[in-house]
Design a protein around this ligand. Structure first.
Ligand SMILES: [Zn+2]
Length: 331
């Protein structure tokens, strides 16, 4: 009777806390996938045990939590990389403060960049710093769209995301709070599908985890609301006044896109890798992809790049991603 003993041993190894002093880990995210009695939150595999307590009225078990619900988990990391929850709180993902404002402002910017056929950043003198021509159809858009469709977690409607390509050789991508994702043609031309999936997964995570809204500084929003954004500007007869109003609201919207905190960037890396993995792309390309970014743009903090973000050094991200690969994708 050797086999049962081996199975028992394997079970004991699987549920033993990692290291002698297992510290409590906290996960903040959404129930995104369900597999083998586990749910995925914040890119991590969460399991429940007899001692797991469920807070809130929404659910009394992991099975009862609908995908897309906002979930907070406290637990300990086990040797198999899963998180054994001590406490789970789940609630519906309702409409939060500022969500409608972020959506409206970014809808307007997206419409202008597509209508004018160029992505641009406004300059203080009222001029435009052109980033590149925008495209929302054609072979490149179809390729990016095809990868994005595979990455979408099951609770996100395909129609919630729109994909646009911007013609510039730079390597960059950005997600807006309204579901618009902009990918520079430099990335489309230079990356494999696996690498593009890692970039797009990262951007998709910014959207699904509502980083624009969560990171929105109240002062920025106050400015935005005071300006009445671009829709009001369109009704202004005077050309100069209209341009000024548009520039001001554009400045605010671009600040939303590039202002993600380090925590949000790290979460986008974790969750983006999960999307990449679940879609069947090769997550092990991650460290090499970041090394390519580092070779191209350097290792400094001051690289102005939406995808780089302004707070994380590429070498730190490579280390974080290697850690994720070890705890979640080693098998
Ligand atoms: Zn990012």
């Amino acid at each position: 009777m050797r086999t049962p003993r081996l199975v028992l041993l394997a079970l004991l190894v699987a549920v033993a806390p990692l290291g002698s002093a297992a510290k409590t880990e906290k996960l903040n995210g959404y129930a995104e996938f369900r597999r083998d009695g586990l749910i995925i939150v914040d890119g991590q595999r969460v399991r429940a045990g007899r001692a797991t307590t469920f807070k809130g009225k929404a659910a009394r078990s992991l099975d009862a939590i609908p995908l897309g619900y906002e979930v907070q988990v406290k637990g300990v990391r086990l040797a198999d990389g899963t998180v054994l929850a001590t406490e789970v709180e789940a609630k519906p993902n309702g409409t939060a403060l500022f969500e409608a404002d972020v959506r409206k402002a970014t809808d307007e910017i997206e419409a202008i960049w597509l209508k004018d056929g160029v992505m641009f950043e406004p300059k203080a003198d009222g001029g435009r710093e052109i980033i590149g021509k925008t495209r929302d159809a054609g072979a490149d858009v179809d390729r990016v769209r095809g990868i994005m469709d595979r990455l979408l977690p099951p609770y996100v409607d395909r129609g919630a995301i729109r994909v646009h390509v911007v013609d510039t050789k730079e390597w960059n991508a950005a997600a807006m709070g309204n579901g618009a994702v902009w990918v520079y043609s430099g990335l489309v031309n230079d990356l494999s599908d696996d690498e593009l999936a890692i970039v797009l997964g990262h951007e998709l995570a910014h959207y699904t985890h509502e980083h624009s809204r969560r990171g929105a500084k109240q002062s920025l929003l106050a400015q935005l609301l005071a300006l009445g954004a671009v829709a009001a500007a369109e009704k202004i007869d005077n050309d100069a006044a209209r341009t000024t109003a548009q520039v001001a609201s554009l400045l605010t919207a671009t600040a939303f896109m590039s202002g993600y905190s380090r925590d949000h960037e790290d979460q986008a890396d974790r969750v983006g890798l999960r999307y990449t993995y679940e879609a069947g792309y090769d997550v092990r390309q991650g460290p090499r992809l970041w090394a390519r970014f580092r070779d191209k743009y350097g290792n400094g903090d001051k690289v102005t790049n939406f995808f780089f973000g302004s707070h994380s050094r590429p070498s730190d991200r490579i280390r974080n991603i290697e850690h994720e690969l070890a705890i979640n994708y080693a098998q």
